[in-house]
Design a protein around this ligand. Structure first.
Ligand code: SD4
Length: 320
């Protein structure tokens, strides 16, 4: 028996339209839940300082800068700002970037002797025609902008480095529980998003090494129409997957912040296979609805949030 299928042109046209519409990203209505600040790791002071800015009508960009500055000044934190662990030559070098709700960004890499790398990054964004300054040029610019020069190597970090030199064994074992690079994302009263990320990078890295944290798209990305994401962990692996940009693009396609972080981690694990057992990467993300999510390769990562419901440090789910 011969079966012949024929389509009426109108039925065919309507079917085509239905297929096309079902492929469009869903545009959901945004219900604003109030300002929120989130940060990588356990950073209750940073997120509550950021929230103070937001709850008094301040902007998201001011909030993330204030929060990051707090961690940069905290000498106990050994992977950000003052007190950061040095490279193998004993030099503390900072990487930072910032991105606002208009898509502007600024960054500094390999910055020495200046505590508030995030604020220098903001000055790069606001006061120069460039997006990134490195090394001596970044330091010279910071001095011209009035930033004080100071030694970032504390006695404790110096002693730790001297101990490390006894063996000089460098395996970029990511100190799973021991991170404090801070990536912050915030949404203000007007529903605008911004983000910032600041770090002294990996302890005992090669001189000149730069990680993901100051690289727009890798360590941080903000699209005010969609959401924002930031990263921590082994920067080399985050850069190779352009992690934060990937997460924002996944949210644009309709994924929740949580789903987007999980897919980004999965991409890294798929690419690196068994090697992923030995390094940590963690992402956090925030969308325009004020929903947030986080995911890491290994246990031990967490996200801190401050919103109308208060401050909370939430352990992140992980691949392993
Ligand atoms: C880097 N992502 O320089 C940073 C390190 C980090 O907590 O996150 N440390 O690769």
């Amino acid at each position: 028996m011969k079966i012949s299928i024929s389509f009426h042109p109108i039925v065919f046209g309507l079917t085509l339209l239905a297929i096309l519409f079902s492929c469009q990203p869903k545009i959901e209505e945004v219900t604003f839940k109030g300002p929120i600040a989130i940060g990588t790791w356990n950073v209750p002071e940073a997120t509550s300082e950021a929230y103070k800015v937001l709850s008094t009508g301040g902007t998201a960009i001011d909030a993330v800068e204030v929060g990051c500055r707090l961690e940069e000044a905290n000498e106990q934190g050994q992977s950000v700002g003052k007190g950061g662990l040095p490279d193998r030559e004993g030099q503390v070098t900072l990487d930072a970037c910032i991105m606002d709700s208009h898509g502007n960004s600024g960054a500094v890499v390999y910055l020495k002797d200046i505590v508030h790398a995030v604020s220098v990054a903001r000055k790069v964004m606001e006061e120069t025609p460039h997006v990134m300054l490195a090394g001596d040029g970044a330091k010279q610019f910071a001095i011209e902008q009035g930033f004080p020069v100071e030694n970032l190597l504390t006695e404790k970090s110096k002693a730790d480095w001297e101990k490390w030199k006894e063996t000089s064994s460098y395996k970029p074992v990511i100190n799973i529980e021991n991170h404090d690079t801070i990536g912050m994302l915030a949404m203000d009263e007007n529903g605008n998003l911004s983000g910032a990320c600041t770090t002294s990078g990996l302890a005992y890295k090669m001189a000149g090494r730069v990680g993901d944290s100051p690289i727009i798209g890798a360590g941080l990305y903000v699209d005010n129409a969609v959401g924002a994401a930031t990263a921590t962990g082994l920067g080399e692996e985050i850069v190779k997957n352009v992690g934060s940009f990937l997460i924002v693009e996944l949210m644009r396609q309709g994924k929740s912040p949580q789903e987007a972080c999980e897919i980004a981690v999965q991409r890294i694990v798929d690419r690196t296979g068994d090697k992923a057992k030995d390094f940590q990467v963690g992402f956090i993300a925030l969308n325009k609805k004020g929903e947030y999510g986080s995911f890491a390769i290994h246990k031990g990562f967490s996200i801190t949030k401050h919103d109308v419901g208060g401050n909370a440090n939430i352990p992140s789910p992980s691949y392993y």
